[in-house]
Design a protein around this ligand. Sequence first.
Ligand SMILES: [Zn+2]
Length: 239
Amino acid sequence: MAEFNPKYPLLWHKGDVYLKIFCSIPQLATGILLKVKETPFVIDPGDGILRDLSSEIGQNGILKIEHIFVTHGHHDHIGGLWALLTYLNVMRKKGTVSIYFPKGCVEIHSIYKAFFEVYSNELSYEIKLVEIKNETKINASEIEILPFKMKHKEKINGLISEVPSLGFKFFCGDVSIFYSGDTAYIEKFEPLVEGSDLAILEAAAGKNENSEMHMTFNEATRLGKKAKEFFIVHTQLEH
Ligand SMILES: [Zn+2]
């Protein structure tokens, strides 16, 4: 299985579009920076995102953040959100930060509520919650984003339930990037991945077949080959 474990960070660029996956490890953290010209977009602000953004784009770059995309509310995808939002306030960011997340994602609502309770009387910027209910394109600064519903589940006390989750396809001029978030394989991915300049695909199910929560290496790799380039991420660490 070791050959599937990528060595983070993963870097990719094409024209004005630059992407860095700081890390994407199940149960630990996922954090991705997309930069189009000088505009930064954060995708899945997992634990460590503030530290990683700080060394990558510094304070000035972080203060330019206006859009944060969240695939789902599991801790390994949002664990760094509080730190990032607080840092923006401490550094007196102006303007708005929009957080895009799937409808029904209770974690984002809870973080926002607690954050607002603590900082509302000294907030230097506005936080806009954008709860995504359908698969319609969104405009964010100079890019367009198509969100789509994924198939992700969790098991609590033996009970399996559906997790509100999204994948995103980013259109940055003529460069397109597909990001699966956490999901089991669904057929509808094929046309979305087809022809993308980059596909970022999770394969947390590894060699297990028929996972209802994640994709297998085979599924992710087969899908990835439909894009011009691809990264397999979110694979289980071997110990
Ligand atoms: Zn998850």
